[in-house]
Write a protein that binds this ligand. Sequence first.
Ligand SMILES: [Zn+2]
Length: 217
Amino acid sequence: MEDLKGHLQCQTPTQGSDIWYWNNSKNHEFSVKCVKASLGQQLDLNSSTYEFGWNNWVSNKCIMFVWRAIEEKIASATALRNRGLNVQEIVCKTCGADEESAEHILLKCNFAKRTWEMVTSWLKIPMVNVNGSLKDILMEINEIQRSRSMRKAIHAVAIQTMWHLWKTRNERVFKGRQGKVQIVMEEIKETSYQGVKQRSKHDSISRQEWWDFNVIL
Ligand SMILES: [Zn+2]
């Protein structure tokens, strides 16, 4: 508030209507060329970017969540503190071993590790690298030696895994409920099954086949 007051006191209001101007050009005029030039000073426009893989076998809500989590833009304690909120305690409420970031909640926390162990053994794929990043996991999954549809199904499960880990974390933080890996696992299996059944052309898969991951896509 004091900062804001300071800033406002330095401003002299003038008559006339408000106008927009672009700070990064000499005459304050906006042009796409100017935007490109100013971005070019901060980013290497020729470097290859990470391409986030969308997946329409999960809901938009889940995939958007993961997209934001990769960028640490979900409301973890660390992210809130970095946004200037007065967060007293940023240690993970589940394990107490580290600061609570998106990467910690969804991958590095003991609870997440145990969940990923169960998920990968259910999917019959190698355990994900918990020392890597969320981005790395999704990239690893895209390179698994399976058919394209199987990779898409496994990717959908990974998205659901992150979503349910986040939901479980919220239940713990806001409602004091202790989540169980076994319960999270059941939710992941059920929601990923419903997603594939309703959103893909593979609608003949039975629940039992999916729950055993005894499927060929
Ligand atoms: Zn933790």
